[in-house]
Write a protein that binds this ligand. Structure first.
Ligand SMILES: Cc1cc2nc3c(=O)[nH]c(=O)nc-3n(C[C@H](O)[C@H](O)[C@H](O)COP(=O)(O)OP(=O)(O)OC[C@H]3O[C@@H](n4cnc5c(N)ncnc54)[C@H](O)[C@@H]3O)c2cc1C
Length: 273
C-alpha cells in the first residue's frame, strides 16, 4: 500500500488526525481539514448529535472535548475508494469510554489531502458490550433443576412485574420507530425499559396514516438495528407492511411495550435526583 493509493492516503490522514488529537492540539486537528468541511458526530465525541461546520467550529469542539474523549486507535476498515478526486473510507476508533466507527471523505488539495466530511459514531461502551455472537447468552440450562422457569415463564414474569413491583430504569414516551429501536438497543444492554405508546399497537402510527402512504426512501436506507428487512421487500415499503414489521420487531426483540398508554406529565424529582 503506497501513500498514493486511496487506502494509503486515508490511513496517512487518520494517522495525522489521531496524533493531533493525542497531543490535544485542536489547531493542528482543525488544520487537517479543508476550509469547506463538516464533522458530524453521533455521541462519540460530544454525547450528542451535532455537526461542526468549518475549521473554527472543529477547533472549538476539539478544545472542549478532545482531552476528555481521548480518542485513539484510528484504523481503516476495509479498502478506501476514490472517485472524482475524493477519497472515501470507513474506519474504526476508540475513546476512553467507547468504541466507534466513522467515515471520512478526503479532498486532494495543493496543501495535500484535507478532510472534507468526517462522521464519528459511538458503537459500544467499553465494559457494556452487547452479548452477541460468541458472547451470546446460553439460553438453556441442561440437567435437572426443579422449579426451573422456561423462557416463556421468565418473560411473563418480567411483564407482570416491570412497572409494578420492579421499576424500570428508562421509560420511553412514544413507541413509534424511534422509541422502538431505542428500546431494542437498551434491551441488548440489559437496561430495564418500558415503552409507552398512546396507540393500541406497535406500528399503528404508520397504519393510521393515509391509505397510499409508503416509505419515501428506498427500503435499503430504512433498516432498523439488528434485523434488516428481507431483501425481496419492495423498494418503497407500504405503510401497513411497515406497521406489521414494527409490531413483529417489538415482539421478537422482547420489548416491554405498553400500548394504549399516554404520558400525561413528567417531572424531575429534585430530592432523589
Ligand atoms: C410521509 C412520510 C414518509 C416518510 N418516509 C420515510 C422514509 O422513507 N425513511 C425514513 O427513514 N423516514 C421516513 N419518514 C420519517 C419517519 O417516519 C420519522 O422520522 C419517524 O417515524 C420518526 O420516528 P419517531 O419514533 O421519532 O416518531 P413517530 O413515528 O411519530 O412516533 C412517535 C410516537 O409517539 C406516540 N406519542 C406521542 N405523544 C405521546 C404521549 N404523550 N404518550 C404516549 N405516546 C405518545 C405517537 O402515537 C407515536 O406513535 C417519513 C415520514 C412521513 C410522514
Amino acid at each position: 500500500m503506497t501513500q498514493t493509493s486511496p487506502s494509503g492516503r486515508a490511513s496517512a490522514w487518520l494517522d495525522h488526525f489521531g496524533a493531533a488529537l493525542g497531543r490535544h492540539d485542536a489547531a493542528a486537528t482543525a488544520a487537517l481539514f479543508d476550509a469547506d468541511c463538516y464533522w458530524r458526530d453521533l455521541v462519540a465525541f460530544t454525547w450528542n448529535i451535532c455537526t461542526q461546520e468549518g475549521q473554527g467550529a472543529i477547533e472549538k469542539m476539539v478544545q472542549a472535548r478532545g482531552a476528555d474523549v481521548a480518542a485513539s486507535h484510528f484504523a481503516l476498515e476495509g479498502e478506501a475508494t476514490e472517485a472524482d478526486g475524493v477519497v472515501d473510507a470507513w474506519f474504526t476508533f476508540e475513546t476512553r469510554l467507547a468504541r466507534g466507527r466513522g467515515h471520512l471523505r478526503l479532498k486532494g488539495t495543493d496543501q495535500g489531502d484535507k478532510g472534507w466530511t468526517l462522521l464519528t459514531t459511538m458503537t459500544e461502551l467499553k465494559g457494556f458490550e452487547e452479548k452477541t455472537g460468541t458472547h451470546r447468552i446460553k439460553g438453556a440450562e441442561h440437567g435437572v433443576h426443579p422449579g426451573r422457569k422456561s423462557w416463556l415463564e421468565e418473560r411473563a414474569h418480567e411483564q407482570q412485574t416491570l412497572g409494578f413491583s420492579e421499576q424500570p430504569y428508562v421509560v420511553i414516551v412514544g413507541g413509534g420507530q424511534g422509541g422502538i429501536v431505542l428500546g431494542a438497543r437498551l434491551r441488548r444492554l440489559g437496561v430495564p425499559t418500558i415503552i409507552i405508546e398512546k396507540n393500541a399497537k406497535p406500528g399503528d402510527s404508520w397504519r393510521n396514516r393515509y391509505k397510499s402512504l409508503c416509505l419515501h426512501d428506498p427500503v435499503w436506507y430504512d433498516h432498523l438495528p439488528y434485523m434488516p428487512f428481507p431483501d425481496d421487500w419492495p423498494v418503497f415499503a407500504p405503510k401497513d407492511k411497515i406497521g406489521d414489521w414494527l409490531e413483529m420487531y417489538t415482539k421478537i426483540m422482547e420489548l416491554n411495550y405498553w400500548g394504549s398508554t399516554e404520558a400525561k406529565k413528567a417531572h424531575f424529582d429534585e430530592a432523589t435526583g
